[in-house]
Design a protein around this ligand. Sequence first.
Ligand code: MF3
Ligand code: CO
Ligand code: CO
Length: 269
Amino acid sequence: MDSRILYWQERGKLVPTRDLIRTKEQIEGIRFAGVLNTAVLDCVQEHIHEGMSTLEIDRLVYDYTVSHGGTPAPLHYEGFPASCCTSIDDVVCHGIPSAEEILEEGDIINVDCTTILNGFYADASRMFVIGKTSPEKQRLVDIAWECLKIGEQICSQPYVFVGDLGNAIANHAHKNGCTVVRDLCGHGVGIHFHEEPDVEHYGRPGTGMLLVPGMTFTIEPMINAGDWRVCGDEEDPTEWVVLTEDGSFSAQWEHTFLMTENGVEILTH
Ligand code: MF3
Ligand code: CO
Ligand code: CO
């Protein structure tokens, strides 16, 4: 085993098991899934507009993915009924596309896509602003983006801990009067949809799993303008939809990363 992993393991730290360190072949597979997933999000970005329904976004995602040889991972995943998640305003994540939900000027919407290609997974999401929005919403979108970038920066070298990036992200959110959702986190991804480690977007430096070369995982901070607490949607029979408890707005950006000897590389851009 890598001596640096052994070193931290002996000091009581959480270290990755062998299967979390990808082979060359696995990395190539995940990389290709990332390329297709990026093309899917580019397709959404090109076509998203005021007046369209979130179900139309879902159709775009399904058609583009399938016609390029991929499979949308969300579809039928643990009962999820659609090919992507569309989360508007106070929806934190896992919003379900619907014919009745029409995009309006000023909406901020997260579209989250995960693509399976040749058995490998890549997962990413972007925020879209419909027309012109309020300065408050725009600021939230920007801060959520900065939080993702700060997570990436902390991972500019290997052998950092998940808690290092979580701590930096939460500091940035709090400094700007925002909060970090605690109930949902980033995750290992690549061979399965959701794997170890949990990538929490808050926490103490030096806690959580050690991130070593060959690991693939997401960073996907969910940033609220108000309180960090979340709740379910009583009107959602699938129990997937997550809302802010206080009705405040929420924003999120996500990438899939590969940790290398020189820090992370984005696989979804
Ligand atoms: N893509 C989400 C994530 O970032 C998970 C969505 S699960 C689904 O982890 F079933 F709602 F699609
Ligand atoms: Co996602
Ligand atoms: Co994810």
